[in-house]
Design a protein around this ligand. Sequence first.
Ligand code: ME8
Length: 509
Amino acid sequence: MKTFYITTPLYYVNAKLHIGHSYTSIAADVIARFKRMTGFDVFFLTGSDEHGQKIEESAIKLGITPQELADRSVENFKEIWKLFNVSYTKFIRTTNEYHEKTVLNLFNKLLEKGDIYKGVYKGLYCVPCESFWSASRLKNGKCPSCGREVEDLEEENYFFKISQYINMLLKYIDEHPDCIQPENRKNQVLSVLNEGIQDRSVSRSSVEWGISVPNDPEHVIWVWFDALINYISGIGYPNDLEMFKKYWPADIHFIAKDILWFHSILWPMMLLAADIELPKKVFAHGFWSFRGDKMSKSKGNVIDPIELANEYSSDAIRYFLLAEVPFGKDGDFYMETFIKRINSDLANDFGNLLNRTLTMVEKYFDALIPEPGENEDLEDAITELRKTVFQKYEEGFEVLEYSEILRDIWKLIQRLNKYIDETLPFQLAKDESKRPRLRTVLYNLCENLRIISVLIYPFMPDTYRRIQKQLGLKPQDIPELSSEFEWGGLKPGIKLGKREVLFQRIKED
Ligand code: ME8
């Protein structure tokens, strides 16, 4: 069986997750579901990043231990993923013993090879980003990545010989032009590599919460060196090499642009040093802001995914996040835009199509799917459109153009609404001689809705299930795309299931 291995970042456990974190995991879930539908054995890894100075300090402020803080946050993470139907295969925590052992294994390997050596770091450190900076890289004296204060740092550290791997990585990127996406992100990575990079610290001696360096307990392994290794420890490296070989190299590491450096420079260099194949692709999507402003706890403008999903459905949020912004670009969250889209795309276009169709099947055919007659030109035209949508659907997933895929599916939905206006089934119903035509029209509407429910399954798994049930079908755990796409899956005579409103209209004020 073909395999597909996809990962999300391990989110920090110092605070609750917001809608930006959910975005990455939802995007990963969509591709995981799509791949399963097309017959892949998918491994979808997510988890929590639990070590380091940031977590240590946050726990002290709360008067609890870092482990307690991590345990608490992991509950929050899992609650969100359940609410949003994020179908991960495994949840890894960097405090899991098997992970810690793998980190030590790799650290030792590089130490023995001479790629990790001891030195003194004198420079700056950004705690929120857990990253080292030289003064020349700061922007207005602040961290160039998150814009917050940095600390002066002077401590004995272990260093990783990054400088030694620059040319090797440049060559690799040249030979694998798709390994960093989108293209503009790849260019950023190339320019950093071409400028040259100094060796980096991979341990901390003024932090206690972490994995101790072997035979040198005054040091803990730097949280980034530790966390990145989850991508291989999570699939069995080095103890279960059979499983590891089955899934590695990862097909996609999903991240946002904030952690591109770590994933596209540090991580591949660690792998090069350890003689392990590099991941096939790192995809860095854009950032969500809130009404033009960076989301941050201190500004109080953080959107809590649990609150939002409890008020609106998680499928509506999944739809909005992926439809609103081309994947890779930044997005700006406005409640008004969110509500407008739910009302127009979901309640009006989609919900009405289902509602109008099923109401007519109930009214004219006692809620039984009618036997269709011969299709006419109108139905043939819709079939052509559906085929084009399907072709673009598969191509769209190859290049992760989620918003394009959804736009195409909505073209079909809108076309079907127009079809009702063109065929006027309620007029046909008035004339007994037009019954055959009425049957054909309503069958076409129901069968197209069945296929649409399958096409939206990766994006809106709950909605898939709800439509299938209303059509009188039994939803599959994983619908099989190519067979479900075939015309005629809905058998005449099936009784419709219990009716419900798909998406409630929301008052725009
Ligand atoms: O960086 N818009 O964890 P983190 C879009 N522990 N995506 C966002 C976002 C926003 N406003 N805010 C966060 C870490 N994200 C490390 C990762 S991996 C080995 C270690 C998403 O909790 C996005 O995917 O700060 C971003 O890269 C990630 O959360 C950062 O999560």
